[in-house]
Design a protein around this ligand. Structure first.
Ligand code: SAM
Ligand code: SF4
Length: 330
């Protein structure tokens, strides 16, 4: 297997694929206030097109793929697509990030299709607050979905929490305590201020250090050695806890030097940095009959041109994002 590297010699082995821009929730921090402009159906890549690009990427050295969205589970045929992806022999890891609304009903089929690693977004344990954050009354279904995933043996079950001051920072400890008695990885993500949505101010940003300060009040956390984990999170656990706690701090402790990923959007654009608007259109050559070798040149070009780092600002998105998060995939 070849080692793919960018011009700063970072190994790139991880592709995040947004399979749809549609979503069944309307999270405050992800969807613009007025709703996101939806892609036309014909602009969204078919599963065959995704499969071809992913197979090419895997031949080039990508060995981890994560499906995201919008909400990946709302796209028809997602289970069958997962089954086809898990059949790619050199793909070592296929995972899914979901809001969990459809997880209870699909968990068994996803497991049978070979998915084992799942991230579920859940920012609160309070039903009313869930409604406020996501603008949909789906807390109970999401919670049942998480429990179904655990019962079926998904491992790890990770829970993504975006922490926003004044909205859910008061629940950091309650959410973290889930890791004591359940084998969940609770991952706290620094909130990234958005577009020009006037609802967000810098006051909503709650830093990783503030999260850790809250956690340390409960008892001393052990840092989990990096080799047992991967990705941008720093990991901790309380002694004897069944699960772990992750801190993802794109703003305050940037992980650009170890960034190993590129993204493919639902409309066939390669994005080489979450914080950059630089995109490379791979859909046009794909639909115009490009060969595998030509398409691999597009992937390589996107990788080579990965920016070295982003500018560290809590309101970084306000300045640079042309797309809302729902159209990128997180
Ligand atoms: N719908 C799926 C979900 O919610 O998990 C997958 C797509 S969502 C865009 C992927 C991740 O991005 C979620 O964990 C979400 O919490 C995170 N996210 C979205 N907007 C964010 C923001 N402004 N700051 C930090 N994380 C954000
Ligand atoms: Fe949908 Fe996920 Fe964005 Fe929430 S975070 S609006 S669930 S895509």
């Amino acid at each position: 297997m070849t080692l793919l590297t960018d011009r700063y010699e970072r190994p790139i082995d991880y592709l995040r694929v947004s399979i749809t821009d549609r979503c069944n929730l309307r999270c405050l921090y992800c969807m613009p206030l007025g709703g996101a402009v939806k892609l036309d159906h014909e602009d969204i890549l078919s599963y065959e097109e995704f499969l071809r690009l992913i197979e090419i990427a895997v031949k080039m050295g990508i060995n981890k793929v994560r499906l995201t969205g919008g909400e990946p589970l709302v796209r028809k045929g997602v289970v069958d697509f997962c089954r086809r992806l898990t059949g790619i022999s050199d793909l070592q890891s296929l995972s899914l990030t979901t809001n969990g609304v459809l997880l209870e009903e699909l968990a068994q089929e996803l497991y049978a299709a070979g998915i084992r690693r799942i991230n579920v977004s859940l920012d609160t344990l309070q039903r009313e607050k869930f409604l406020r954050i996501t603008r949909r009354d789906e807390f109970d279904r999401v919670w049942r979905g998480i429990q179904a995933a655990e019962r079926l043996g998904f491992n790890p079950v990770k829970i993504n929490v975006v922490v926003m001051r004044g909205i859910n920072d008061d629940e950091v400890l309650d959410l973290a305590r889930l890791s004591l008695h359940r084998p969940y990885h609770i991952r706290f993500i620094e909130f990234m201020g958005f577009n020009n949505d006037s609802q967000w101010t810098l006051q909503h940003y709650f830093s990783a250090d503030e999260i850790l300060a809250k956690l340390s009040k409960v008892g001393s956390l052990e840092q989990v050695a990096a080799q047992h984990t991967n990705g941008p999170a720093r990991h901790f656990r309380w002694p004897d806890a069944l699960g772990m706690i992750g801190i993802i701090s794109p703003i305050s402790h940037h992980f650009c030097p170890s960034c190993n990923r590129i993204r493919l959007t639902a409309d066939g654009k390669l994005r080489n940095c979450l914080f950059s608007d630089q995109e490379l259109d791979i859909k046009s050559p794909l639909r115009q009959g490009a060969t595998d070798s030509e398409l691999s040149q597009f992937l390589r070009a996107s990788i080579v041109n990965k920016p070295e780092k982003h500018s560290l600002q809590p309101d970084v998105f306000r300045k640079c994002q042309s797309r809302p998060m729902v159209a990128i995939g997180g």
